[in-house]
Write a protein of this length. Structure first.
Length: 89
């Protein structure tokens, strides 16, 4: 197992992780911006007001996207496990 192969596997792992968490991060950022605009417009500066909508949106994203996320993660893991004989050489 060469150093280049380890770097490539780690790069694929990071890319897969970013792809899996991107929808939830983007949804959380959008909700945070909307709540921040609402707080600025109404001058309500309650710190806990941001957390509940973000949590609800993340839970909704997980419920909607969990089949795709599980399929993506299983495919990535199966690919890694299938290629173990190639990695050993």
């Amino acid at each position: 197992m060469s150093q280049d192969l380890v770097i490539q596997i780690f790069r694929d792992l990071l890319k897969s992780t970013l792809i899996l968490m991107a929808p939830m991060l983007l949804a959380s950022i959008v909700v945070g911006m909307v709540v921040s605009i609402f707080q600025a417009a109404t001058q309500i500066h309650e710190m806990t007001l941001v957390f509940v909508p973000k949590i609800l949106v993340i839970v909704a994203c997980l419920m909607v996207l969990s089949p795709w996320m599980i399929n993506f993660a299983v495919t990535f893991t199966a690919n890694i496990i299938t290629n173990i004989p190639l990695y050993i050489r």
